[in-house]
Design a protein around this ligand. Structure first.
Ligand code: CUA
Length: 341
């Protein structure tokens, strides 16, 4: 194989690899995609994206076509074509080099900054029925419902077809809060409050993700927005607001003992008990959650046990240390937590 052919082949291979990455990220391989919108603002972003792609594709393939024509003409000297006359060449440059790009870029700029920026912007004060505070932490999302004692983590329940004002702040690290199927992303910056409108057309679970490199656990900063019918949301919120259930059965009671006496309680809050730590997530209703550690693992008994045994193996850099509990103690704590519905 000639050097030239080998080079061409390797270029083709890297180009197709790049396209594969692009295609996978667009189809929402990770369970979320800005191209499957489920709200008005997300639909506007999606439309703008397709228009930008179309404009960029026409520009790109237009330029490639021009290059091809030039290359072809160099090989076959004397072929007739438009550019024989100087005025024609000049008009081609003016039309495709100046006029078309200016019109396309200005229209995209206007649509993006006046239309889409408007439709996706934070809701004006008093135009939403519900506000939720989301606080970025190392390394989870704390979720609070103002006016209710409910505090949860990594799973944001909202009523469907309701305008929800998400008030985003951060405690100790910069994050970017993004639910691509519902709206644009917003930054969580120390000392600042940013807001974003969440609205879901239909019930469902919409995955969110931190969209800005924030440190060791950036890749494990995911969350879910669970949109559900209003009545079910109200029942859920009432349950979240209630203090923790008392442990049922000997194993769970022993687990509560372990929890309160072995450091767990100094980092986690369980409302209705003596545990009032503020470093880790509130565990008052932890069994209600589908996942643990910002969607790193499903909330099942075996996963919970491996988490308690060695949290740093599952999520390096998080603030929970392995406490060196015995197997019996870990099992008892898992029994206790499983009862916190
Ligand atoms: Cu938080 Cu990346």
């Amino acid at each position: 194989m000639s050097v030239r052919r080998a080079r061409r082949r390797s270029a083709l291979r890297s180009a197709s690899a790049a396209w594969l990455v692009v295609a996978l990220s667009l189809t929402g391989c990770g369970g979320q995609s800005a191209l499957t919108p489920h709200s008005g603002p997300a639909r506007d972003i999606d439309k703008l994206w397709w228009w930008m792609l179309a404009a960029a594709a026409i520009g790109f393939f237009g330029a490639i076509a021009m290059l091809a024509v030039a290359w072809w003409r160099r090989r076959k000297e004397g072929l007739p074509w438009l550019g024989e006359r100087e005025e024609t060449t000049n008009s081609l440059v003016i039309v495709f080099g100046i006029a078309v790009p200016v019109v396309v870029l200005v229209s995209l700029f206007v649509v993006a900054n006046l239309v889409v920026a408007k439709s996706t912007e934070a809701p004006a004060a008093g135009t939403t029925q519900l506000s939720i505070n989301v606080v970025g932490r190392q390394w989870f999302w704390e979720v609070r419902y103002p006016g209710s004692p409910a505090v949860t983590a990594n799973e944001i329940h909202i009523p469907v077809r309701t305008r929800v004002n998400v008030i985003a702040t951060t405690d100790d690290v910069i994050h970017s809060f993004w639910v691509p199927e519902l709206n644009r992303k917003i930054d969580m910056i120390n000392g600042r409050t940013n807001r974003v409108l969440l609205y879901a057309d239909k019930p469902g679970v919409y995955r969110g993700q931190c969209a800005e490199l924030c440190g060791l656990q950036h890749a494990h900063m995911a969350f879910q927005v669970i949109a559900e019918p209003a009545a079910r949301f109200r029942r859920w919120l009432a349950n979240m607001a209630a203090p923790a259930r008392a442990p049922q059965g000997a194993a769970a009671q022993q687990g509560e003992q372990v929890f309160m006496t072995q450091q767990c309680a100094s980092c986690h809050t369980i409302r209705g008990t003596a545990a009032d730590g503020r470093i880790g997530p509130d565990l008052t209703h932890v069994a209600d959650r589908r996942t643990l550690a910002a969607l790193t693992i499903p909330n099942t008994r075996p996963e919970l046990i491996s988490w308690i045994r060695d949290p740093q193996r599952i999520k390096p850099g998080n603030k929970m240390p392995a406490l060196g509990l015995s197997n019996a103690q870990i099992n008892a704590v898992a029994d206790y937590l499983a009862g916190l519905r």
